[in-house]
Design a protein around this ligand. Structure first.
Ligand SMILES: [Cu+2]
Length: 487
């Protein structure tokens, strides 16, 4: 739910900060204390679930994006300028049901809200620093005056704790962008400070298609020890939680589209390694990057595209095959949660006797991995509080055995169109037509493929629950959680 809170009482009082004073500013400006009454009221988000797209209430019209496990920041229009208010602050972010992390974010969540504007818009962004250290905001990929680029020490002094600064520029180039700090960058990005930015074209653009679904998210990563809740900020490569918008499977919402929809996914990478993003059952094209739209003659079909560090990719496809299609990073250790990292390989090692002996010393010890790791996806293993099983999730046919950067794209003939009030509802698991599921070979004339058995595993009547999955909690049997997990 979106809640409003007063940064200062009477936030919409008389504006001492005039637009003309800012329009002449050559760089980011400190907002004087006497001017704080003029700030747009900050809006905070308490839910980690995907919020409905924000239809523009004013300004040039556009088709809004859907931020996966995120939301779009409302603005106020003042003398023709779109004014936004970002508050950098410590936040609690649910990574998936069963695990909440202490991160840094903007306006209540990490990542911060998506900012959506239209090409040519004049934009003014107030940034209040409620972190315990200095920060800045860099507007990655934008054409703007140098002094608005947000690089601490180079283009502006850093924003001190308790200060509010203002950035102002015109959104000159349509496309896919992001924002993040450029002060103590390694720490602040390892803590989750980042957000998405979309500049919509002001008129039909020859290289920017009109799409039925436009969905965005950032790739990020954390190093949080099992049982802990704060990221280790000095980790350079060996992160153990691979996330989309600070969510790990099964906490990442699924994507729901209507058969035949043209779908655009906008993905930015603010981790410290590359992610080959892979979609099952369809081919797509990279239609744009943070540098702009790709000329049509330079596009080629792919089912996996690598997104390097600091890069953004727009990919587009026609969702013409019905089903529940996996969508994930193709680095297999990126579809695994924290408990899977640092586990020794024990394939082929007989552990029966060893486990019995260790059990006398460490009650609850289990031998694992002797025949591969799949059993761990079904095992009711004791976990420290506040961590996620390394492989988890239950689909209609049993254990999915995934974590991290994994979700599904559910394509349905009868999914309502995106602009319909139910356009993004979860259709439940796919009901496969007879004879279209892989089956056990039982000789000539063997019966048809298995159907997804248990009706209780098919939450087709739970429209508000994108992923109904089983997460094993410490010391207990399976507990049902919905992928929404708002609280
Ligand atoms: Cu990856």
């Amino acid at each position: 739910m979106t809640s409003r809170r007063h940064f200062l009482s009477g936030a919409f009082g008389g504006a001492a900060l005039t637009a003309s004073a800012l329009a002449t500013a050559a760089g980011a400006q400190r907002v004087r204390r006497t001017s704080l009454l003029g700030l747009p009221e900050p809006v905070a988000q308490s839910s980690a679930s995907t919020q409905a797209p924000l239809a523009p209430p004013n300004g040039r019209p556009y088709r809004p994006v859907l931020t996966l496990n995120g939301w779009t920041l409302p603005w106020r229009m003042k003398d023709g300028v779109k004014e936004f208010h970002l508050v950098a602050e410590p936040v609690l972010r649910e990574i998936a049901p069963g695990m909440t992390a202490r991160l840094w974010g903007y306006n209540g969540q990490s990542p911060g809200p998506t900012i959506e504007v239209v090409e040519g818009d004049r934009v003014r962004i107030f940034v209040s620093n409620k972190l315990p250290e200095v920060t800045t905001v860099h507007w990655h990929g934008q054409r703007l005056p140098n002094g608005m680029d947000g690089v601490s020490g180079l283009t502006q002094p850093p924003i001190q704790p308790g200060e509010t600064w203002v950035y102002e520029f015109a959104a000159r180039r349509p496309g896919t962008f992001m924002y993040h700090p450029h002060a103590d960058e390694m720490v602040q990005m390892a803590m989750g400070l980042m957000g998405f930015w979309v500049t919509h074209p002001k008129t039909r653009h020859p290289l920017i298609s009109e799409v039925d679904r436009d969905i965005c998210f950032l790739l990020n990563a954390y190093d949080i020890e099992p049982g802990a809740s704060s990221p280790k900020v000095n980790t350079m490569l060996d992160f153990n939680l691979w996330t989309w918008n600070s969510r790990a499977f099964p906490g990442i919402d699924s994507i729901h589209v209507r058969q035949g929809d043209r779908v655009r996914l906008r993905i930015g990478n603010l981790t410290m390694t590359n992610h080959p993003m892979h979609i099952h059952g369809h081919e797509f094209e990279v239609t744009g990057t943070d540098g702009g739209p790709v000329p049509k003659t330079a596009r080629w079909p792919e089912v996996t595209t690598d997104i390097g560090v600091g890069q953004m990719r727009q990919i587009e496809f026609i969702a013409d095959e019905v089903g529940d299609w996996a969508f994930h990073c193709h680095k297999s250790h990126h579809t695994m949660n924290a408990m899977g990292h640092g586990v020794p390989s024990l394939i082929g090692v007989k552990q029966d006797d060893l486990a019995r002996q260790i059990n006398q010393l460490v009650p609850g010890y289990m031998a694992m991995g002797e025949n591969g790791m799949h059993d761990m996806a079904e095992m009711d293993m004791e976990l420290p509080d506040n961590t996620l099983p390394m492989m988890t999730g239950t689909g209609p046919f049993g254990a999915i055995g995934m974590g991290g950067m994994f979700s599904t794209i559910k394509v349905r003939q009868d999914q309502p169109p995106a602009h319909h009030p139910d356009g993004h509802r979860d259709p439940g698991w796919f009901r496969h037509p007879p004879g279209t599921v892989a089956r056990l070979w039982e000789g000539e004339g063997s019966p048809d493929a298995p159907r997804a058995p248990a009706p209780e595993a098919t939450p087709a009547t739970a429209p508000t629950s994108p992923l109904e999955l089983t997460v094993r909690k410490p010391g207990g049997g399976p507990g049902k959680h919905s992928g929404h997990g708002g609280h």
